[in-house]
Write a protein that binds this ligand. Structure first.
Ligand code: ADP
Ligand code: MG
Length: 384
């Protein structure tokens, strides 16, 4: 995932040496909606060189040098997707490498961030005709598993959960709120359904059903809540029988997160964040911003414990994880300041450094002692 791996020695432990890497940040602009066109709004977003995003004030403004000089009008990301981008293009650039990594026993996560209506759910879940990252990732995963079926046995489990108003709910089996517990493996929601998945077809139906279970706000009946975070976790377990009939297994976890609408929680500095803390806004989203700030500033203490979302994602942000952010924006000039805030937030997220994972760990070692050693290191790394 755009990280460099340096192998200096043949020694197994030396292969595990890590250096610093940062999380990848992408931007996706959705097309102008019919409503926006009818209200006479126009696009204020230009994408140049598939990376740079410019915010323009005037309809035909193409003076990028001028915009570059203005504060908050010019941003550069790992890739920026124009409104013509397909779901597959977005998936391939942002997530397909993580699917490969998860098959090798690593953790990874992809977040969609942005204001309500900016295209987060479309990017993550999509529609039956136009499936999004969640479905394409699972499809890709099953294809890869099929290709490797002779190497060992892969088992895929799915969990789909929601964080709404600081309660965690199981979207695959709605009922009472779930309690978070911490054990050696990390933080988990007790009693969460782990659905054993065998094919892609069943997964789309399952996810759509789960999405309908997301909490809706009383004032916005029939609309998915803008304040609910949906997290799909895909666990891939790989089992292989060693020479002396010992079963070795490793588990990789991919978390795909459709965050709540960011419109009321767009503060990036600590003071504003704290003053918003008491107000009736999304605590989990604010905590996510606080954690990102702490990680960017290299603080020792990262306040994961402040919210349910950040507790659940602790192993997906700061540690040796592969993390991808997709910032979704509307092109409409009516959403100019929302878009600018989202881009500013995404720009900040670019600075988070994580510990790099070393690809060499996935090579099949010669002896069982080496294999056991590697497995232990991998478990330690994932836990970290
Ligand atoms: P969010 O989840 O961020 O609130 P949605 O994903 O629900 O926003 O998108 C709002 C509307 O825009 C939906 O009707 C969705 O189908 C449409 N939309 C979003 N992104 C795209 C896109 N890339 N292409 C076509 N339609 C899109
Ligand atoms: Mg949505």
């Amino acid at each position: 995932v755009g990280v460099k791996n340096v192998v200096e020695s043949e020694d197994v432990t030396a292969k595990l040496g890590k250096t610093s890497s940062r999380i990848l940040v992408f931007v996706r602009v959705r097309p102008l909606s019919k409503k926006e066109k009818e209200s006479g709004s126009r696009s204020c977003v230009r994408i140049v060189n598939q990376k740079e995003v410019y915010l323009t004030e005037f309809a035909n403004e193409n003076d990028y040098l001028r915009l570059k000089r203005l504060r908050g009008r010019h941003f550069t990301f790992d890739a920026s997707f124009p409104d013509s981008s397909s779901q597959l293009e977005v998936y391939s650039a942002s997530t397909s490498d993580l699917v490969e990594a998860v098959l090798q026993g690593r953790n990874g996560s992809v977040f969609c961030y942005g204001a309500t209506g900016a295209g987060k759910t479309f990017t993550m879940l999509g529609t039956v005709e136009n499936p999004g990252v969640m479905v394409l990732a699972i499809k890709d995963l099953f294809n890869k598993v099929r290709q490797r079926s002779c190497d060992g046995n892969h088992v895929v489990h799915l969990s789909y959960l929601e964080v709404y108003n600081e309660t965690v709910r199981d979207l695959l089996s709605p009922g009472r709120p779930l309690v978070l517990r911490e054990d050696k493996q990390g933080i988990m929601a007790a009693g969460l359904t782990q659905y054993r998945a065998y094919s892609t077809d069943e997964v789309m139906v399952l996810l759509q059903q789960g999405n309908r279970n997301r909490t809706t706000e009383p004032t916005r009946a029939n609309e998915t809540s803008s304040r609910s975070h949906a997290i799909l976790q895909v666990m891939v377990e790989y089992r292989v029988r060693g020479e002396s009939n010992v079963v070795m297994n490793r588990v990789g976890k991919l978390s795909l997160i459709d965050l709540a609408g960011s419109e009321r929680a767009l503060a990036t500095d600590q003071r504003t964040l704290r003053s918003l803390e008491g107000a009736n806004i999304n605590r989990s989203l604010l905590s996510l911003s606080s954690c990102i700030n702490a990680l960017v500033e290299g603080k020792k203490h990262v306040p994961y414990r402040n919210s349910k979302l950040t507790q659940l994602l602790k192993d997906s942000l700061g540690g040796a994880c592969n993390t991808v952010m997709i910032a979704n924006i509307s092109p409409s000039n009516l959403s100019f300041s929302e878009t600018q805030n989202t881009l500013h937030w995404a720009d900040r997220a670019k600075e988070i450094r994580t510990k790099e994972q070393n690809e060499e760990i996935t090579q099949i070692p010669n002896s069982e002692t080496d294999q056991a050693k590697l497995l232990l290191e991998l478990q330690k790394e994932n836990h970290e």
